[in-house]
Design a protein around this ligand. Structure first.
Ligand SMILES: Nc1ncnc2c1ncn2[C@@H]1O[C@H](COP(=O)(O)OP(=O)(O)OP(=O)(O)O)[C@@H](O)[C@H]1O
Length: 268
């Protein structure tokens, strides 16, 4: 491991019975870097994120965040990271303020600092006017902005975003993406998973994985220069991972529903 890396996977592996979801993954993310993890459905992206965020123990290999082993130093790692999972994790029955307050209490942000941190988060998410409204009444985009603001409240050095713009309309996606991209100026290291090639192209580097293994990692322009299958990042992605659907059991109806949930993005 290079000590300067903010995130490292060393032969990181996770099995579920006979399924090898992540298979000896070697990957590192440099401090301040924004790295996109791309891969077809079932490639092992979420499982990788779950291991690196201490939610799931690796079967073998090692994950580190800021040099700390995610299994042996789970508590310290949690204090250093912010996470937005694929599944929404806000409490719909609480207001935006209450959701943020709960997070502040969990992270030991006390007294005057707590109030300020909540106000800053609401401002950042552009939700000041909705502070005391129930989250249940929010649009998908508002919820995602609130989740991201919450993940940033305790000043994490490293951020994990699992398909952050999933299911958002183009307006919501653009707004959230502007905020994610702006995190670079704060020096936050970000690892994000996405199926959106335009988002991936705006990251410093792109790692493409399939069947739990790393296929390639490079800058978007270097990947496109390889002209694998065509000039776009999607061409490169399809050339490396194939055109076969990865959920063959899915009926056309399920596939359409999944397509809709993903905001109608053409990803394969
Ligand atoms: N809790 C689990 N139990 C059993 N198998 C699992 C579990 N979680 C993931 N898997 C399997 O591990 C593999 C990788 O899944 P994972 O969710 O990490 O993929 P992904 O790249 O995030 O996919 P998607 O793009 O669809 O979100 C898949 O074959 C999946 O079915």
């Amino acid at each position: 491991m290079k000590p300067a890396d903010a995130i490292t996977c060393e032969a990181l592996t996770r099995r579920f019975g006979d399924t090898v979801a992540v298979d000896g993954l070697d990957l590192s993310v440099r401090p301040g870097e924004m790295l996109a993890l791309l891969g077809p459905n079932g490639a092992g992206k979420s499982t990788t994120v779950h291991m690196l965020t201490t939610m799931l123990p690796p079967t073998s290999g090692r994950g580190r965040v800021m040099g700390l082993d995610v299994t042996r130093h789970a508590r310290e790692v949690r204090s250093l990271i912010g996470v937005v999972f694929q599944e929404p994790a806000l409490d719909d029955r609480l207001t935006a303020w209450e959701n943020l307050e709960f997070h502040a209490v969990l992270y030991g942000i006390a007294g005057r600092h707590r109030r300020e941190a909540i106000q800053r988060a609401l401002e950042w998410a552009e939700l000041q006017g909705r502070a005391h409204h129930l989250v249940r009444t929010f649009s998908g985009g508002m919820k995602r902005r609130l989740e991201l603001a919450r993940a940033l409240m305790h000043g994490p050095a490293v951020l994990f975003l699992d398909e952050p713009t999933l299911g958002l309309d183009p307006q919501g996606r653009r707004k959230l993406w502007e905020q994610i991209a702006a995190l670079r100026s704060r020096g936050v290291t970000t690892l994000l998973t996405t199926h959106n090639m335009l988002e991936a192209e705006q990251c410093d580097r792109v790692a493409i994985i399939d069947r739990g293994q790393l296929l390639v990692v490079d800058t978007p322009s270097a990947l496109k220069e390889r002209s694998l299958g065509g000039p776009t990042l999607e061409d490169v992605f399809l050339q490396l991972t194939g055109r076969q659907l990865r959920d063959p059991d899915a009926s056309p109806r399920e596939w359409l529903l999944s397509f809709g949930r993903r905001g109608g993005e053409h990803t394969r």
